[in-house]
Write a protein that binds this ligand. Structure first.
Ligand code: FAD
Length: 232
């Protein structure tokens, strides 16, 4: 029987199934008293809410409420008491993907902005003639490529069954932050036209900003990297 609320869940009100991590053991067992379940969202006793977010609106976020929800025993994922470990391993994968997701937004914004610099003229020249505009983009082009390689490296480590917790944490704090900075620069390079909602830059900034929080904040990612790096 599942009871309780989990708040701040992506797709809470549009998912058909949820992976739920619930306490099956005692409080004293702490992390090893948590198991994972595949829960169909149409079971009796489940309800959801949706928040008004600044970004990621197509995905949406909300709470899931469980009120005496009876879940069949064969819906347990993996071993009893292994749920916490499983979710932590899942993070090592999803954090690399979130990095790539944000970097794709950054690259798209850069591509559009390089193009824009050739189209818009000021003071009798295309904007591309002004290093004040091209140099920040060139720097960001460099960082985005490096950050993308860093995500691929984490995924390569995973593919080869090698430890990649610190690398995934690096992907997760750097990707969303870098993407936010890149999109902001691209918006500014578009002058007044970039500020309006008819171009996608403010939406993209809000979308990637949310991903600085979801799946673990930058501070927590840096705690993980430090924990893995400080010699024991
Ligand atoms: C867009 C979005 C989607 C999300 N989707 C999901 C989802 O699908 N499923 C899900 O379970 N959750 C989801 N979340 C929740 C998300 O994982 C949490 O919000 C996040 O882990 C931070 O936890 P918190 O909000 O409780 O922050 P808190 O723990 O309250 O932290 C508040 C602030 O304090 C800082 N802080 C806390 N502890 C420390 C410390 N030890 N050292 C330094 N700084 C610290 C944090 O970094 C943060 O800046 C989502 C959140 C967002 C914004």
């Amino acid at each position: 029987m599942l009871n309780g609320e989990k708040t701040s869940i992506s797709m809470a009100d549009q998912a058909d199934v949820a992976v739920v991590f619930a306490r099956t053991g005692t409080q004293e067992q702490r992390a090893s008293g948590i198991s994972a379940f595949l829960v169909p969202m149409d079971l009796p006793g489940i309800s959801t809410s949706r928040f008004e977010d600044s970004g990621q609106r197509a995905i949406g976020r909300g709470s899931i409420f469980f009120d005496n929800v009876s879940v069949p025993a064969d819906h347990m994922l993996g071993e009893e008491g292994q749920g916490f470990k499983q979710v932590m391993q899942g993070f090592d994968y999803s954090r690399a993907l979130i990095g790539l997701q944000c970097l794709a937004v950054a690259q798209q914004s850069l591509d559009e902005t390089w193009q824009w610099l050739t189209e818009r003229e000021a003071f009798g020249q295309p904007l591309a003639a002004f290093q004040g505009l091209t140099h920040p983009l060139a720097e960001y082009q460099t960082y985005v490529q490096a950050a993308r390689m860093q995500c691929y490296y984490a995924l390569w480590l995973k593919d080869n069954d090698l430890p990649h917790t610190a690398e995934a944490a690096m992907n997760k704090w750097w990707g969303p932050k870098l993407a936010f900075d890149v999109v902001k620069q691209c918006m500014l390079a578009h002058g007044h036209t970039g500020w309006g909602e008819d171009l996608p830059f403010s939406q993209r900034m809000r979308d990637v900003l949310g991903l600085q929080i979801g799946d673990g904040t930058a501070q927590i990612m840096k705690n993980i990297i430090a924990r893995q790096s400080v010699p024991r």
